[in-house]
Design a protein. Sequence first.
Length: 279
Amino acid sequence: MVEVTIAGLAGDKAGLSDATGAATLGGVRNLGDHGAVRIGHAIWVRISHWILAASVVTLAVSGFVVLMAHPRLYWGSVGNDLTPALIELPISRNFQHGGWAPSVPFFAGSNSPVSAVRVFDIFNQNGWARSLHFLAAWFLVATATLYVIVGAMTGHIRRSLLPSTDELRPQLMWHDLLGHLRLQIQSTASGPPYGLLQKCTYTAVVFLALPLAILTGLAMSPAVNAAYPLLQAVWGGSQSARTIHFFTFSALMFFLLIHVLMVIMSGFRRHLRAMTLGK
């Protein structure tokens, strides 16, 4: 039996029948005694995958540097070194630095504004990270948008990402989850069809986590807020949006870590070859 890899726009049509009536199942089209054809990743899937991967890694590095400059998270519209933090992260020397000169009131009375003079040499070299973060974000937005549009037009999302009603049974979900928790990871074919847990995870990333990270990121932009103030109000203020943005991107980083781990455990070289060369 011979296996031939196909890469193209129809490269993930698993579970369908072709014009000759040969059924496909599990990414392999049954051709009887003539062999089998294993279906690989479509070229547009491979290109968007690596652009998104590069964008996410760039966002992670630049975002971490930005967070180092002010490792405090708040809830609401206002947040700075002189207001209580919801969470303070020990990731730089700016963590709980407490380097302030004694406050001096400008006027007599309890409602007088006071001076705030920082005497601690904080880490604040993050201008390059902010610019790079903004640039990488637009690469992610453009690529993810094109992925969804092309995926909807070609049927890739419906066939390969969205779990069917029959699949969403609690016992099937529990069985798949238990197998992953026990690290019972078998060598799998590269590309669709995906397992149930994979479909649910990919769907959550594409249609929940990424849009949430993008919208909360935009809600922190002064220019965007000036044009669309409702975007900031939806999250309860820019600082609330920043906190949600942090936890959402942390979840994406956790997904990326598990994703790479699963690729390694189920055949790293084969999956890497399939996602680069399509075979």
